[in-house]
Ligand binder design. Structure first.
Ligand code: SF4
Length: 55
């Protein structure tokens, strides 16, 4: 079973991700991968967490 231990180095507010800690806004993974749907990202909304998995 996956342990939801908060990684204080990764803040996140995406509560519908299965890796979100729920009780606090942190990810529980040891590390995440961040990418972009855009070939040339130019603003915050162009970046995405590629480690996301729906709950
Ligand atoms: S995997 Fe990504 S989206 Fe999911 S809780 Fe961690 S940082 Fe947030």
């Amino acid at each position: 079973m996956f342990e939801q231990k908060p990684n204080k180095s990764i803040g996140c507010t995406v509560k519908n991700c299965m890796y979100h800690c729920q009780t606090e806004n942190h990810c529980s993974l040891e590390k995440i991968h961040v990418g972009s749907c855009e070939p040339h990202p130019h603003k915050e909304s162009c970046t995405d967490c590629r480690s996301f998995e729906a709950r």
